[in-house]
Ligand binder design. Structure first.
Ligand code: AMP
Ligand code: GLY
Length: 436
């Protein structure tokens, strides 16, 4: 089979790395890819938003299956376009991708179908939104409706901050058309977990849950980023919680989308807050998470192409996901200054030494080849990933791999996975106390 992967981040490198392991694959293309992906696939220089050129490429090269990484081409309707040309592609249609593209749509869907989420109200007039602030307590969460490159969510500690967010989004149009409407929602307390599942429109198959680290600094301090690292398994939820999440959140979402005439095929990513009252949906994404995929795929024993084909063919009920008992940790190495301004073009050294460590894999995100060297080309540069017999072992290996790599200004968090370790210790302590 010839497979075509769309995207250029650590997520896509992990997808390509996993697809290489499929016995059925003869050739992999990736658009546009990066320097790491180029060692496993033929990279083609087509941007992810040029969906017509991507379809032309797939047709000309007789691609058997296309796998879409990022949300942008999905929301532009790449799946509909490929389908109209008889090309097989993995991901939701434009009508289904609205689950990520519009927070107003997803909140209304959750409300209509009683899917657990934060209480919320929707506004398009700033005067009404301001008036509503008089009725609620703080902190409160204010979200622009559309895609805002991860910047459209503001946690307002007090009324003044909330009023500023309302003015910025609705009056000053800080996010343009993506901010025509806003959601004002209850602030949920708890710990976040990312649960990714395959959905063929009827059946879901849940991948091992993982936990991202969105803030730039250790201890979850500083501004939000695209994600600074991830680990799996998590201990904030147990394997035994998965059936509940499937029954209360994932299946009802897929069934709701079907009832709305927006059959959901692809990866459904539920960003959950584990509250004292159980898991609640913070957001949906319509794709694999990044960096989540870099720690989740190494824990899946199945052939990824098989899982994708069952998803696209509507036969997911015929397969089960086989999860490896090993833990996986991905530490994102970023350019100094990220998520603000940063330099590009800095040579990266030590990649081979890191990858030689047992269980370690270095996924590339913002990298490119220049004059025979690999240089930085983005904010998140690498996803330094390791598997180990348990979380402690995986963390130690991932950081050992990080220590081999350098480029000018390299920055990574030193506490990826620590929350999982701490809780495990507490759980173990309470088991001891209970005589288990
Ligand atoms: P979202 O893009 O909706 O996931 O929001 C980005 C981040 O904002 C989430 O990962 C959470 O850390 C935080 N967040 C979003 N909604 C809430 C909420 N209702 N309560 C607390 N934190 C939230
Ligand atoms: N890790 C967050 C995301 O993929 O959206």
């Amino acid at each position: 089979m010839k497979i075509f992967v769309i995207g250029s981040g650590g997520r896509e490198h992990a997808i390509v790395w996993k697809i290489v392991r499929s016995k059925r694959v003869t050739k992999i293309f990736c658009a546009p890819g990066n320097a790491g992906i180029a060692s496993l696939a033929e990279c083609v220089d087509i941007p992810v938003d040029n969906i017509a050129a991507l379809a032309d490429f797939a047709q000309k090269n007789a691609v058997d299956l296309t796998v879409v990484g990022p949300e942008l081409p999905l929301t532009l309707g790449i799946v509909d376009l490929f389908a109209s040309r008889g090309l097989r592609i993995f991901g939701p249609s434009k009508a289904a991708a609205v689950l990520e593209a519009s927070k107003v749509f997803s909140k209304e869907l959750m409300k209509k179908y009683a899917i657990p989420t934060a209480q919320s109200r929707i506004f398009n007039l700033s005067a009404d939104a301001r008036e509503y602030l008089g009725e609620i307590s703080f902190p409160v969460v204010i979200k622009a409706d559309g895609l805002c490159a991860g910047k459209g969510v503001i946690i307002a500690e007090d009324r003044a901050a909330a009023e500023k967010a309302i003015t910025d989004i609705l009056d000053k149009k800080m996010f343009g058309a993506a901010g025509k409407e806003i959601v004002i929602e209850e602030f949920l307390r708890g710990e976040e977990v990312s649960v990714l599942a395959f959905s063929d429109g009827e059946t879901v198959r849940v991948m091992p849950p993982s936990q991202d680290h969105k803030r730039i600094f250790d201890g979850d301090k500083g501004p939000n980023t695209g994600g600074m690292g991830v680990y799996s398994p998590v201990s904030v939820i147990q394997d035994s919680d998965i059936p509940r999440i499937e029954k209360e959140i994932l299946l009802p979402t897929v069934q709701a989308m079907k009832k709305e005439g927006r059959r959901y095929v692809g990866v459904l990513y539920a960003g959950l807050m584990i509250t004292a009252k159980g898991p609640k949906v913070l957001e949906y994404n319509v794709r694999f998470g990044d960096p989540e995929t870099q720690a989740v795929l190494p824990r899946i024993a199945n052939d990824l192409v098989d899982l994708i084909e069952h998803t696209v063919s509507g036969t997911l009920d015929k397969v089960r996901i086989e999860v490896s008992p090993e833990a996986a940790v991905c530490v994102v190495a970023a350019s100094g200054g990220y998520p603000g301004d940063f330099k590009k073009g800095l040579p990266i050294v030590g990649l081979d030494a890191a990858a030689k460590l047992p269980g370690a894999t270095v996924f590339h995100a913002g990298t490119k080849s220049e004059d025979g060297r690999i240089v930085t080309a983005g904010g998140r540069v690498l996803g330094v990933t390791a598997v180990g017999k348990d979380l402690r072992a995986a963390i130690d290996r991932a950081y050992e791999a990080c220590s081999k790599i350098s480029f000018d200004g390299i920055y990574y968090r030193k506490d990826i996975g620590k929350k999982g370790l701490k809780r495990m210790t507490n759980d173990q302590l309470s088991n001891v106390k209970q005589g288990k």
